[in-house]
Design a protein around this ligand. Sequence first.
Ligand code: F6P
Length: 319
Amino acid sequence: MKRIAVLTSGGDCSGMNAALRAVVRTAMNEGIEVVGIHRGFRGLIDRQYEIMQNRSVSNILQRGGTILQSARCKEMLTAAGQTLAADTLTGLGVEGLVVIGGGGSLRGAQALAERGTQVIGIPASIDNDLSFTDMSLGVDTALNNILYAVDCLKDTASSHDRTFVVECMGRDSGYLALVSAVAVGAEFAIIPERPYDLEAICGNLRQRYQEGRINAIIMVAEGAGTAHDIAAQIRGRIGFETRVMVLGHYQRGGSPSAFDRLLAARFGLAAVESLLAGESGKMVGLSCSDIALTDFEQVLQAGIRPIDQLMVTLAHKLS
Ligand code: F6P
């Protein structure tokens, strides 16, 4: 193998740069040239790329975002877009491709694999919604971002007897809201995977207020509703004054945690080694501390990763 390409696609996350560095350095150590595709599949279709050098990935390990930039590319869902993308790879003489991104990106990667490109995927999305990996890249950093924000919020909430409804990302998955609820000691987590009873939540918060508690935190995954809507429904009914914080894209940025840097290094190495071993159409993942390869087909068919019942129990019993 003489030349591979790498791209970052979909919503960005911390650790993408670290994974990019690992891919480039591993490949270059094997004497393989690396083409960096700009703006994900968009750049593949539009032929925007650069030849990466060792120096191209210097000093990026600690930086959030992605130096290659990213995009959500609707055209990649069409046969015409997929043909253009595959043609670019052929034209560049690329023999293997590493796609760093979430579920939508793996779908694009699978389409290229079906057209004969040798492709390996690296799971990267703060939502942690992909099956067949215990953790995707960026999740740990996003969780730490949430903890920092909510810890700050609890200080001021306590000074003013306030409840805060905090909205996390997670279009289809309650992972961030649920796990951060356990880690910050929130009173409730509202997630798309489980029904919730606002009447019961109000009753519980009212009781806590009457018992003299001085703050409360409700974590909400965006897929379950907006924090503003939920706050509007409980405002005036619980004793506490109710305020809102929408964490938004803040969660996706910042310097990657040690966990994400190490995971990125392992995923990047495994992706290139898998290409060299002739593997294709597979995602590298973390399975009980080991790196595992799973067919895109299987990952995509499994759908949104189910929530961990232990986390549900912890959120409930420790609040
Ligand atoms: O795909 C990850 C994610 O962070 C979702 O949780 C969120 O809904 C979405 O990205 C937001 O994406 P964008 O930045 O494209 O609006």
